[in-house]
Design a protein around this ligand. Structure first.
Ligand code: SF4
Ligand code: SF4
Length: 237
C-alpha cells in the first residue's frame, strides 16, 4: 500500500479537477432546453378514446387498481329496416391515478383495441398528490404527444391490415370499372337503336334506286325508236 505523503490528497484533488476540466460537459439546461428522450420513453399514458370499447380489461389487469372507468349502455337503432336493436357501451369516465401507477405497461399491453399508448410527456408533477389522478380529457391531450410508430423493416412481411385494405380498394375499383363499362355499352346500344331506321331503311336501298324506273321497260325495253317495230305505227308503202 503506497504511503501517503503530505499534500498527496491535494494533488489527487487537483488531478481530478484538471481531468474534468478537459471533458465535454453533460449538463442538460432543462427547462430552458428540453431533453431528447428515446422514442420508447414511459412518460405518461395517453388514451385514444375512439378506440375504447369499455371492455374493462385494462382496469381488471392493472396490478395497482389505479384505472377508474365508468360507462352506461345505449340502445342503437337497427342499421336496416327489420333488423334488431343493438346496445353498446358509452364511456363516461376514464381516469388513471398516477400517484399509484407503477408504469408497468400491462394496461397498454392487454388493451385489445389499441386505445392506450405510452407518451414521453413527463411534465405533470403536482404539489398535491390528489391532483395526480388525471381524467379522460387530459389523457386524450397526451395522446397527441405519442410518437409515430417506427418504420417497418424493408424485409418485413406486409401487415395483414394493409393487405386487406388494398384488396378492398382493388375490389371497389374493379366494380367501378365494370359499372362504367356497362353504362357505356348501354349508351352505345341506345344510340344505335335511335339511328337504325334512317341509316339502313327502305329509302337507301329500296325500289327508288334500283326499281322499275332505272332498269324497267323505259330504259331497255321494247320501246324502240331505232330498230324495233312499234305495234301502233302505220307501215309505210
Ligand atoms: S402502467 Fe401498470 S400500474 Fe399503471 S395504470 Fe397501467 S397497468 Fe396500472
Ligand atoms: S382495455 Fe382498452 S378498450 Fe378495454 S377499457 Fe381499457 S382502454 Fe378501453
Amino acid at each position: 500500500m503506497p504511503a501517503n505523503f503530505p499534500g498527496s490528497g491535494l494533488a489527487k484533488g487537483l488531478a481530478v479537477t484538471l481531468r474534468t476540466l478537459t471533458r465535454k460537459t453533460v449538463t442538460e439546461q432543462y427547462p430552458d432546453v428540453q431533453p431528447e428522450l428515446p422514442p420508447r420513453t414511459r412518460g405518461v399514458i395517453g388514451l385514444f378514446e375512439e378506440n375504447c370499447t369499455v371492455c374493462m380489461l385494462c382496469a381488471r389487469e392493472c396490478p395497482d387498481w389505479c384505472i377508474y372507468i365508468d360507462s352506461h349502455k345505449e340502445t342503437v337503432p337497427p342499421a336496416a329496416p327489420g333488423g334488431r336493436e343493438r346496445s353498446r357501451n358509452v364511456l363516461d369516465r376514464f381516469a388513471i391515478d398516477f400517484s399509484l401507477c407503477m408504469y408497468c405497461g400491462i394496461c397498454i399491453e392487454v388493451c385489445p383495441f389499441d386505445a392506450l399508448f405510452w407518451s414521453p410527456e413527463f411534465e405533470y408533477a403536482e404539489t398535491d398528490i390528489r391532483e395526480l389522478t388525471h381524467e379522460r380529457d387530459k389523457l386524450r391531450e397526451w395522446m397527441w404527444t405519442v410518437p409515430s410508430p417506427p418504420a417497418l423493416d424493408p424485409a418485413a412481411e406486409e401487415p395483414k391490415e394493409l393487405a386487406a385494405a388494398r384488396k378492398a380498394a382493388e375490389k371497389l375499383e374493379a366494380e367501378k370499372l365494370a359499372a362504367e363499362k356497362l353504362e357505356a355499352e348501354k349508351l352505345e346500344a341506345e344510340k344505335q337503336a335511335a339511328a337504325g331506321p334512317e341509316g339502313s331503311g327502305p329509302e337507301g336501298s329500296g325500289p327508288e334506286s334500283s326499281g322499275p324506273e332505272g332498269s324497267g321497260p323505259e330504259g331497255s325495253g321494247s320501246d324502240s325508236s331505232g330498230s324495233g317495230s312499234r305495234s301502233g305505227e302505220e307501215p309505210t308503202a
